[in-house]
Structure formats: structure tokens, C-alpha cells
Write a protein that binds this ligand. Sequence first.
Ligand code: SF4
Length: 479
Amino acid sequence: MSIDIGKFLATVKEAVKDKDVPVVDLIAVQTQDPFKVLVATILSARTKDETTALAAGKLFKKADTAKKLARLSEEELQKLVYPVGFYKNKAGYLKKLPEALGKFNNEVPDTIEELVTLPGVGRKTANLVLSVAFKKPAICVDTHVHRIMNIWKYVETDTPLKTEMALREKLPLEYWIPVNSLLVSFGQSICRPVSPHCSICPLEAECPQKDVTPRKTKNHPASSYNYISWNVNGIRAIEKKGFIDIVQELAPDVIGIQETKAQPDQLSDKLKNIPGYQSYFHSAEKKGYSGVAFYSKIKPQQVIYGIGIEEFDSEGRVITLEFKDHYLINIYFPNSGDKLKRIDYKLRFNNALLNFAKELEKNKSVILCGDFNVAHKEIDLKNPKNNVKNAGFTPEERAWMDTFLKAGFIDTFRKFNKEPENYTWWSYRFSARAKNIGWRIDYFCVSKKAEKRIKNAAILKDVLGSDHCPVSLDFAFGG
Ligand code: SF4
């Protein structure tokens, strides 16, 4: 099979136009400074882009030239670049870099032969610096370029170096510079090495790899249900970020989602019919607002929409599945809002919800999951002192959480983990997620009488796509 590489890369370009630009390209565009591009490239090896960006930013504040870099000790460099991968080695390379650049009049050289004499610079880094910083024709072949070019059989090679050599023979010159940025962005966001998002890939129809890519699926204990709860912050938005693939990868028995912000008739067929799952939606009357939903592999005995009180049910905040020996309630608690304008509504909702759960509990154990929109204790958010007057950490909201737990429910995550810095929500602003400035406001809570069935509870902080991450519960099968 031979692909039309121009057409292929144009499709990739369209697919990644809203995705993050690889950090080194970003720094090149922002600074047009070969020194900064070189340093960022050294830092970026085996490191997430957002971590590289933070570390590079910290470092450039102290040292944006080779001369200033020479003044920093290795220990200072280690602190500045932490937590990039292999930060000690990289700090060592940076310490030696000014002297090595001295041989080139303190300038970053612009040939591959000279670049590879610098500490921490291999052929891949050299090619990236040449193409990105100097706009010279060079092909940087990293793992994504090597993998994707081989998936499509544009080259058939077994090492990145062989891929580079094959591309030098075959790839038209006009694509040498952009091929790295496009395929890195595509490889990070859609054609990921593990669990690629084939369902949103525009190349799916022709892809030779489709359906043969190994998909990482989680092994759940055979004796437990695996439940997940996730505030997706817009189901239509997260569909474009690979929601269906994520659900299939995580493969829970049930996933409860909050803030769907959509009516069922606004959803794609794919979203309504995820293979293996029944879906149930409870949407707000107001379009694009609130809303909860379940995807369940297990057929429930009954689905209960809302809690029977109009002022709350019109906002689509609660949906419940009744199973043989327990209920699973999925809740999107109101936010107290700016200047706490809705705190009274929220506290009324909270009390009504507690009554609803206690009523159900007379029949069977109850599991409540969802976005509770409250951090219970100081340990549950990064900056408790600054937030006592803010929605989600007011004394009134925290007091209700005390009341709720005293009424006979267990905060399952804290049963297993008493450590700080475990959060489920991060603001989209100020790189809060990368800096882990977050709040734990998503919970699985379980009736005390079912405590023995709680086998594990976790925060799935690496699952991206929303400003919240999912939380999970393993709940043993009943006797
Ligand atoms: S269909 Fe899947 S494997 Fe093929 S290019 Fe797209 S994301 Fe990658």
C-alpha cells in the first residue's frame, strides 16, 4: 500500500488543528531563540509537554542565555528543572552546556555534526533544533513519527534511525520540517501508542492498523463491580477528545457522568450506543446546562430519574440505577456560585438528596457518586485558607458533608488514602493541573452497612478530557 503523503499530512493537520502544539515548537514560535529551543529540547526527552513547559519557564526566568546558565550550580539546576524525567542527568547536561557552546562562540551551532557534540544532544535532538530553530531541512524522528509512518507503511523500518534515513530518501523536502510537529501532535492526542482514539480519527476508514491496535483494558477483580464517576464538563465536547475510547479502555461495569450539558437528541448515535453499554440520560430543561447520565453493562431493575422535587429535577441533577442488592445514585450537586448566590438552593438540594438516599437505604444499600461540589476537609484542596469564603469550601457546605457522613455514609477514597494532594478537579487557568493546584470534590460514598463490600477506591488523575478526572470504586458482589 502506498499513501499519498501530501493528502495524509493534510488530513492529520486538519485533525490536530485544535490540539496542543508540541512544546518545543511552541517555544520556537514564541522566542525564535535557538538557545531556548535547544534547552527545551534537552528537557523534553521522556517528559510530558506540560511539565517541560513549566520547567523551561522556571529555568528561563533565571537563565535565558548560556552566560547566565553558567552561573547556576548543578543543584540549582536540578531544583529548577524538577520534575522533568531524568532531571539529575539533564541538570548535568545543562551545567556542561555553556562550556561546550564556548567552542562555537557561545552560539548554538547549526549543523548536525556540531550539535551532536553538545552534552545531552543526540541525533533526534539535533534534527529538532535544526528544523525548528534554524528552519533547515532536517527530519526529527521520534517515537511518534517512527510508529505512525510504519503503521501506514510509508516506511518499513525497525528503528527511528532507519526511519529517518528512509524518510530522507522518500519524503518530499517540503514536509521535512512539519512532519515532526504534525505527527507528534497526532500521536499524543489521537493516534496514541496505547488505546488510540480511532473512533474520532479522520483516517479510520483507510487505516491498516484499525482494530488490530492492542487496546489496554483494565482487569477488574472478578468478584467486584467496577464503578466510575466522572464530571465530563460537556459530553459533546469530550466526545471529540476520545470519550468513547476512554470508556472502552477503562471498561467499568457502570460509569456515571455529570455535566452532560446536552439533551439525548443532541447526541451522536455513537455516544448513545457505546458497544456493551445501555445508556440512560437525565437532562436539564435548560439546554446546554447540568445533566447526568449512566452507561451500564448491567441491566438495572429500575431507573429513577430525579428525586421527585420539581425545582431540582428540572435541572437534571440526579439519576439512580436500582440493582439486585443496591442502588447507585449519580449526582451533580449544585455549585454555590459567584458570591454564593445559590448556596441556599444548594443546601436545600443537599438535604433533599440526603432524605432521598436515606429513603432508598431502607430497602437496600446505597452508593452515591458524583461531583459533590464541596471539598470536605482542608486536606482536600491545595489552598484551604484562601478559599473559606468561596463556593465549595464554605463552612455551611462542609458542615453538610459532616452531616451527610454522620448519617451513615463512608467517603470511600479516604478509607484507603489519607494523604494530601489527591485532587479530582483543577481550574483550567494558571496551569493548575500541571502544578496540582486542585480540589477533591468528586466522591464515591457508600452506606455504612455495606462497608465490607468496599474493595478499593481511587482517583484516576491521569485520565484527561475534562477539568475533572474520574474517580472509581470496586464494590464486591453481594452475598
Ligand atoms: S485509525 Fe487509529 S490507529 Fe489508525 S491512524 Fe487513526 S488513530 Fe491511529
